[in-house]
Ligand binder design. Structure first.
Ligand code: DGJ
Length: 731
């Protein structure tokens, strides 16, 4: 039983294999948060304290008790306008214009299995893998009701959360904020780790102490964004990869979001995660409900590695779906950096031929194959083949590529429209723009209004037409600008504030139709690289192009940050040419390969232009990836260094039985007279002996984890690290 309920004390304990979460409805029916952390086995209400804090008001029903204040108590879902001056989880405007909301506990239900959400991605599980607890709350003065949903996946140490807001009154209400997760931490000292960046430099790990007041991570771009990832980790100041306390949370959502961390005057922390209120309002008519997207959280008392393992497992096994979720993905070659827009069918076939000779499984044809698309100024929306470029069309090209023994994949950017396109000439009102106002253009293009079902239907029809026309087994789904100028011709003025969220719902509806119709097609997400790298997209696409930066050195840092939350199999990663097209940097081919192997592996160059020696190396890399790929994707991933601080990036994959350990990495900058660093491994069997492949040396697991293993000497910059250990016997 993952949930223990004490009916008398109205006390709820959500218990997973290694964690416990507690809250309680108190004497005023206020739902107070009590605990998230180690299993404690006892109600933590004894830690509640009642300071008489000046200017902290008291609810009316507390009478003359100055010590009971909503502003000082840890709350499970904080409301607005009733004396808790910290950030609220939910804000509404009632029909009379007032904004106070005072939610009190009215009851609960508990059932086996995991709740699902309508039209939104969410963690899924079998009946016996999860439990769902629903807590019912109601406003003291209106007919507004809120249900807090908790999905408990005990075996994964994961708790999911969302809220359902219902207007049980007769007049419409307007929702202005509805967080998916509200977590009050009244004790402990916390730092925040989050992942920021920019185009081609996504998910840079940044760890900061919390300052009094509010700290925010957000996107108002209509996508989860390159700039901030919808995930956060709160950790104890002593937290490392292997020890210390941390709470991680991510949003299963691909649009605008806000994560707010507040350190209050009593040094208590409140974490809020949900839709971005800056770009959101929602009108609820009588009897209507609003379901928030889902938040997923976990706790680890043993540092970041364990936290990441919880998230990797839950995303791989209970968010990703479809045929490819757990199997090895094809090694692909994408033509983008090889040709950009400058190709024809002969060029593509020539690239495919040399790739097939070296063992590549799939050729992916990127941007430029459709409409009038010789540059990024035109053609988006016109999803019919450009036969001037591809003579004979797609069926002929795909047939010839299949004849080489290769699969064929195709790039789309379905959500976009170029003003210079047939589609825009026919349907200018399908673009998101405000009448009478010049729209912002991003990469010269506008965004299609995916909240409209006619737009979704058009895209479903044209994409199905292409997919049905040839043997296409992979789609790269790109999205190359942020959304602005929010306005939909299909929405009334009072509902324009709903467009940002309705857009994401429309995107999900379209993706769902396509993944259901084409279960054998592998979908890869992309947004100018990793601008929409989130768990929402991973529900439809089990892998996402991680970054437009293919420079291996920069990638070690991008992939380091990404790995805190997302599994290795989710990371699209390719070997490209040197000098690198984004940075001009030259890195050895092997270093580029081990870095790209920390993901769903592929190439992005014309392999025919390589020297014979390099071609042999590529074919050996592919052969090697076919054998180590299952360990890379199914094993436990460990970050063995911090590439933002250390002069090297190293990581490892450890098989479940701890028999095999693969260490990969890159030494960064060589200097004269350098001492070799000792790299401490993680996750081994301390009591076993391991040999290092290619040597006779034997080490105990304890020695490798405590003393470490010497890294190779530096010679030149960016040299690769490749070491494989095998367990030989117990000590
Ligand atoms: C951005 C993607 O991230 C690239 O890989 C490539 O597909 C281009 N778009 C094509 O326009």
């Amino acid at each position: 039983m993952a949930v223990i309920i004490n009916e008398e004390n109205r006390m709820f304990q959500l218990i997973t294999d290694n964690t416990e979460y507690q809250f309680q409805a108190d004497e005023y029916d206020v739902l107070r948060h009590l605990w998230y952390g180690e299993k404690v086995g006892t109600p933590m209400s004894y830690l509640l304290s009642y300071p008489d804090v000046g200017f902290a008001g008291n609810p009316y029903d507390a009478g003359n008790d100055r010590t009971y204040s909503l502003h000082t108590q840890p709350l499970e879902y904080a409301c607005e306008g009733i004396g808790d001056y910290r950030s609220a989880a939910v804000s509404i405007t009632h029909a009379d214009g007032s904004t106070a909301l005072d939610l009190r506990y009215t009851g609960y239900t508990l059932h086996k299995g995991k709740y699902s959400l309508t039209g939104l991605p969410a963690v899924y599980a079998d009946e016996d893998e999860a439990e769902t607890l629903e807590i019912y709350l109601k406003d003291t003065a209106s007919e507004t009701e809120v249900t807090l949903r908790y999905g408990i996946l005990a075996g994964y140490d994961v708790i999911t959360r969302c809220a359902v807001i219902r207007n049980a009154g007769t007049e419409p209400i307007r929702l202005r904020k509805a967080a998916s997760l509200c977590l009050d931490l009244p004790y402990g000292s916390w730092e925040q780790l989050h992942f920021h960046g920019r185009h081609a430099m996504e998910r840079q790990a940044e760890r900061l102490p919390l300052l009094h007041g509010v700290q925010e991570i957000s996107s108002s771009r209509g996508t989860s964004s390159h700039q901030q990832n919808p995930s956060v980790i709160l950790c104890s100041p002593d937290c490392t990869e292997q020890s210390g306390r941390c709470i991680g949370a991510f949003f299963v959502y691909s649009g605008s979001f806000k994560i707010r961390t507040e350190l209050d005057e009593l040094n208590q922390v409140r974490l809020l995660l949900g839709l971005n209120p800056d770009t959101f309002t929602w009108t609820l008519n009588s009897s209507e409900i609003f379901e928030t997207p889902e938040a997923v959280m976990t706790y680890s008392g043993s540092g970041f590695a364990e936290m990441s393992h919880h998230f990797h497992s839950i995303i791989r096994r209970h968010i990703c779906r479809g045929k490819y979720k757990l199997i090895e993905r094809p090694v692909l070659l994408n033509n983008w950096e090889a040709t950009y827009f400058d190709f024809n069918e002969e060029k593509i076939l020539q690239i495919a031929e040399s790739a097939s000779e070296l063992g590549v499984d799939m050729l992916v044809l990127d941007d430029g194959w459709f409409g009038k698309r010789d540059s990024d100024t035109s053609g988006l929306g016109d999803w019919f083949v450009n036969e001037q470029k591809l003579k004979g069309g797609l069926p002929e090209l795909v047939k010839r590529i299949n004849a080489l023994g290769m699969q064929f994949g195709l790039w789309f950017e379905p959500e976009m429209i170029s003003e210079d396109s047939e589609l825009y000439r026919q349907h200018p009102d399908w673009a998101i723009r405000i009448p009478g106002r010049a729209p912002m253009r991003g990469r010269f293009q506008l965004v299609l209004d995916l909240s409209r079902t006619d737009v979704q239907d058009y895209l479903f029809r044209v994409m199905s037409g292409i997919l049905d026309s040839a043997n296409i087994t992979y789609i790269k789904w790109d999205m190359n600008r942020s959304i602005s100028d929010l306005y939909s011709h299909a929405l009334s003025p009072e509902r324009q504030g709903e467009l940002s969220h309705r857009y994401v719902l429309g995107l999900y509806a379209l993706l769902e139709r396509l993944v259901q119709k084409y279960p054998d097609v592998l979908f890869e997400g992309c947004s100018g690289g990793g601008g929409r790298f989130d768990a929402g997209m991973l529900y439809y696409c089990p892998q996402i192009w991680c970054s437009d930066d293919t420079d291996a050195y920069e990638r070690t840092k991008i992939q380091y940050g990404t790995s805190f939350i997302y599994p290795i199999s989710a990371v699209g990663s390719h070997v490209s040419v040197v000098p690198n097209h984004q940075t001009g940097r030259i890195t050895p081919l092997t270093s580029r390969a081990v870095t790209a192997m920390a993901g769903s592996f592929g190439y992005e160059l014309d392999l025919g232009l390589l020297s014979e020696e390099e071609k042999n190396a590529v074919s050996e890399q592919i052969r090697s990836f076919k054998s180590i790929g299952p360990l890379i994707h199914n094993g436990s991933y460990y970050r063995l260094s911090d590439p933002t601080k250390d002069n090297y990036a190293c990581w490892s994959y450890v098989s479940d039985d701890k028999e095999t350990v693969l260490v990969h990495g890159m030494l960064f900058h060589a200097q004269p007279n350098m001492k070799q660093a000792a790299l401490r491994l993680q996750g081994l069997d301390a009591q076993a002996c391991y040999t290092l492949s290619g040597t006779d040396a034997v080490y105990t697991g304890a020695a490798l984890m405590n003393g470490g293993i010497l890294l190779p000497p530096y010679w030149g910059d960016y040299s690769p690290v490749e070491m494989q250990f095998r367990k030989v016997h117990e000590i």
